[in-house]
Each structure stands twice: as C-alpha cells, then as structure tokens.
Design a protein. Structure first.
Length: 357
C-alpha cells in the first residue's frame, strides 16, 4: 500500500484532491474554480426570456432562477473539479446603496473523490430590462399606449419637440419603453407597451409644460377571457402659453411668468400684480393675443401725462397715449421699439423684445 495520504495543510487523513490538499482545504484556498465577481441578468420584461452569453432563451419566472442560470453559465471549474453547480441561491439587497448581491451555494464534486462539498459565494448582481428580439418584433402589434403630442394650433414646432424629448429623457426608463416613434404632420406619436410609463410622461408634460392631457380607450380586440382588450390613447396638447408669452385673461393682458408643478403663474402686464392658476384653468381662461390686436411702433416722446408712439404698421398712425390709461411693460425710453395693444379703454405699451411675438 502507498504511503498514508495526509493533507499538507490541515493534516487530515483521507482523499486528497491534487495529491496535497483535502477537499475542504482545496476549497478554502483555491475555491471550486473561477467564479465571476459580478453578473448582469438581462431579462425581457414581457416574456421573461433571459439573455445568457449573448443568446436569448426562455427564462424561468423567478429572477433568482434567472440569475442562477446566468451564473451557472459563467462558472469555470478547475480541472480537479468534476462537477460544479449552484445548489441554492438568494438575492440580498444592500439597504444603503440599493445594490444587489446573489448569494449562491455551490455544490462541488472532485475527480476521484467520494462525496459532495459545498461552498458559498457572493456575486454582484445587476438586473437589466430589455426587450428580446421576438417581443420587439411583436411590439408593434402589442402597443398598449399611444402618446399623441400636438401643438396647440395643430403643428408642433421644433422648439416644442425638443422640450418634449428633453422631458422624456428625464423620466426614468422612458426612452427604453418607447417602441416606436411616428412622425405625423400635426405632431409626434410615441408608442409604448407600458401604459404606466406613458401616463408618467403625460403627467410631466402637464406639470412642466402646461400641456392639456386627455385619455381615451379604444377596444382593439378581445383577451382570452373574453374581456375587451383596450389601447390607451393619451392626447397631449402643448399650450400656446409659455414663460414670457403674452395672453388675454378676460379683458386683461397678462405676462406668463412660469409654468411648473402643474400651475401657471402670471402677472398683469405693466403691473406687479401676480397670480396663478392650475393648468386646466389656464386652458379654459387664457387666450392667445390675436396678431391683429398688436401694432408696432417707436416711442417718440415721453411726457409726464403722455406717451407718444409712431406706429410703423400699415396705418402709420401717430398715437398720444394718456399715461393714466396705459400700462407700460419693461423699461421704455424715447427710441424704444414697442408693441402697442389696445383693449377697450386700456392701452398697453410693451418693449418689443418682451412681447414674445
Ligand atoms: Zn486539509
Ligand atoms: Zn420577450
């Protein structure tokens, strides 16, 4: 019989893995093989498929099982190891950072050694949502929400489009949730598979840009249980008013100061009187200033009781506006270019660069 087999590390009798170490000492010093420090699990949010080594395959329902599948494919056992598998796992979340760890129990069998051994490994875990190619192709037919963004007068300006896109980019996961962008003459349609994201974007467009939001549902088929399958259409109309623009409120001219948090703040032109209203009220009561109500001219004289304006428009009228019935917006001096708005007995003289017209 050969000489007694003794582990060089702990002195234990018994089978040695590599002629030197017992299985326990081998695992403690070298581990069962190469185990990645972290893994990323990419799952399709629709069908649960998991991407393993660049290829999509039907995945388990449970995210732990999906992570185990990814980890298993990434294990590289040492040559002394006959089999290495994940026998159990759970996900731990660091409450401070929110980062995830997959704590996996690995079951090891060594070549020429009886029995199984277990060792635990903690692996960083990143969860990613991504549509698998099959679901991506089906997405066009599975659109659950359409966000129709329109300008207030039936066309969407480039600046409005930019503002909308910037806002969408600021909503978490929104850009990924859009499955199609359809350009239309009157605006843009954004298509989503997820109604929640579409609603979140609409809510932000209302709150930050003052958009009017109207939801409607359209039956697009029947589900397997016979209930109607509906598609949500969210009509988002951007307002004519934005910070700096002039608007009519009843018979008064107001300057929009800000749109934020679903409220529109305004100031009566030529005064310091400020007020606010919610977006819906603003849509009901604010009117754009009709272009024909605005005339342009040059201030030619300023007297204590009068402001003189030479109109440059078609009429070329020379106006002597009584101070008492005239509100002046901005610092106006002789030579200033101004917009003149006459509403009933009230005149407004607005420095042209503030008129936003
Ligand atoms: Zn040992
Ligand atoms: Zn899928």
């Amino acid at each position: 019989m050969a000489s007694r087999l003794v582990c060089v590390r702990c002195g234990a009798d018994g089978p040695l893995v590599d002629g030197r170490l017992c299985p326990r000492c081998f695992l403690e010093t070298q581990g069962p093989g190469r185990v990645p420090g972290s893994i990323a699990v990419t799952r399709c949010p629709r069908c649960g498929s998991v991407r393993v080594q660049g290829r999509w395959s039907p995945g388990p329902d449970d995210v732990v099982d999906a992570a185990v599948q990814v980890l298993t494919s990434a294990l590289r056992p040492w040559e002394q190891v006959e089999s290495l598998e994940v026998s159990g796992a759970y996900i731990a979340r660091n409450p401070a950072t929110g980062s995830l760890t997959l704590v996996a129990r690995l079951r090891v069998r060594f070549r020429g050694v009886e029995g199984e051994y277990e060792v635990e490994r903690a692996v960083g875990l990143e969860l990613r949502n991504q549509l698998c190619p099959a679901c991506f192709r089906r997405a066009a037919g599975a659109v659950q929400a359409v966000l129709q963004v329109r300008g207030w007068d039936g066309r969407l300006r480039a600046s409005e489009r930019r503002a909308v896109e910037e806002l969408i980019a600021s909503v978490p996961n929104a850009a990924d949730a859009i499955v199609e962008v359809e350009e239309r003459r009157e605006g843009v349609d954004y298509k989503f598979m997820d109604q929640g994201v579409a609603r979140a974007i609409a809510a932000k467009l209302r709150s930050a840009l003052g958009a009017r939001v109207v939801e409607s549902h359209k039956v697009i088929g029947r589900r397997s249980d016979g209930k109607p399958k509906t598609r949500l259409t969210i009509s988002v109309r951007l307002p004519f008013f934005r910070p700096g623009s002039l608007a009519l409120l009843g018979d008064k001219l107001v300057v929009i100061e800000s749109v934020a948090g679903g409220r529109v703040r305004y100031r009566e032109a030529g005064t310091r009187r400020r007020n606010s209203m919610d977006v819906e009220e603003a849509w009901r009561s604010l009117r754009p200033l009709p272009p024909e109500a605005v005339e342009y001219g040059l201030v030619t004289a300023i007297e204590p009781g009068w402001i003189h304006v030479q109109l440059l428009g078609p009429s070329m009228d020379y106006l002597e506006l009584p101070r008492r019935g005239t509100r002046v917006e901005g610092d106006v001096e002789v030579g200033s270019e101004v917009a003149v708005v006459r509403l009933g007995a009230q005149n407004y003289v607005i420095r042209r660069d503030l008129a936003g017209l």
